[in-house]
Design a protein around this ligand. Sequence first.
Ligand code: FCB
Length: 478
Amino acid sequence: MSNPANPPAVGVLDQGPELTFPPGFLWGAATAAYQIEGAATEGGRTPSIWDTFSHAEGRTVGGHTGDVACDHYHRMPSDVRLMADLGLRSYRFSVSWPRVQPGGAGPVNQEGMDFYRRLVDELLAHGVEPWLTLYHWDLPQPLEDAGGWPARDTAARFADYAQLVADAVGDRVKYFTTLNEPWCSAFLGYGSGVHAPGRSDGADAVRAGHHLMLGHGLAVQALRTARPAAQLGITVNLYPVTPAGDSPQDADAARRIDGLANRFFLDPVLRGAYPADLRADLRAVTDFGHVRDGDLAVISTPLDMVGVNYYSRHVVAAPVEGVEREAYWRAQSCWPGSEDVRFVTRGVPVTDMDWEIDAPGLLETLERVHRDYTDLPLYITENGSAFVDAVADGRVDDPDRLAYFDSHLRAAHAAISAGVPLKGYFAWSLMDNFEWAWGYTKRFGMVYVDYDSQARIPKSSARWYAEVIRRNGLAAAQ
Ligand code: FCB
């Protein structure tokens, strides 16, 4: 913990030269509906899988739920003022599907949609570009009851919902992300079950991943027709995957995890095919019978940009020979077909999530996507870190979070210098919020939230970020 009597001066942690970003670089911050809105039963909103999951016994730390969260639903105008005060050029938010289309079918719930109409108007009035994510994990519960993402029909339902949102706010929203991190929806939701809906079945996870991408492709087609001028993309969470040692077995472990974590989504969306080695790795899990003719053409419908969420790196090693993991572990793995791969920690500094801090991994990731997959503009749609914060004399000093942002922005700048068409950066997150299974115990915000009073306190990282935006770059080391 830093000494509050002697807070670090803005910029003091900069570790390199002054760096300027290209003109028009889109500086923003991100949130997601269930993590901040609260008002879970107001205005006609019905439960999502995250309402059900967080209310079930033992699913989240402390039994925390998003019932109130940051109460953003009621505090939206002052939250937008806060964004404007920080100088944000863009704000990435998600629409709560069960708020605007209760139950996931049927007509628009105008009262729910009005919230997003007001949000978009408010953002535009403050000069903040709205960036709308359609799906950040809050599937309407009745759609889960009908089979959830492992069921093919959910993809069609998603496209209908996309159409409703485009009709309502598409005239004022330029940037649309279809899905946020389909890996988490599929493999944490239906594989390990640590996320909603909390099911554990490898084949279902693979089917869910496919139908999420199918829904993405159908939604892109609907949005393209409804809003030809919009910029359409998807957000994937990518990790460099490094073998722990030099052995061919460790290299194979890395290939497998890279297949499931990264190429499972990148290849179908950007190349129109599942990788052959991934299909082989999954042979004992699924025969891919859920993939129908024409699906991959829909999934690879052309996009305008790709969103990358980056947090950390995976370092993996081969299974220990002769030692199989316990049946319990294997049944609840988010790595179907590769359950015995070991995840290794290297003893490097970690965040409060225990995620290794690895800024060069961001450069590696961006270069890979550009080199191996696409010339499309890339955006970092999330990047950030959780650390323990404390309020002292009404201030929150967070030098570790500030240093994380600084080092990752330097990596982002290096990517641009290396020729990657990186067009923007969204800090995760604008404010502390409901961190899924971790509830309110992990703080990712640049703005501190006192959950008792709902007071917002910009941390020193927020003040530093405002200065980065103002100068369109990083100050030199002092
Ligand atoms: C990402 C999610 C986001 C938040 C951050 C920490 O996986 O998209 O909602 O939980 O991690």
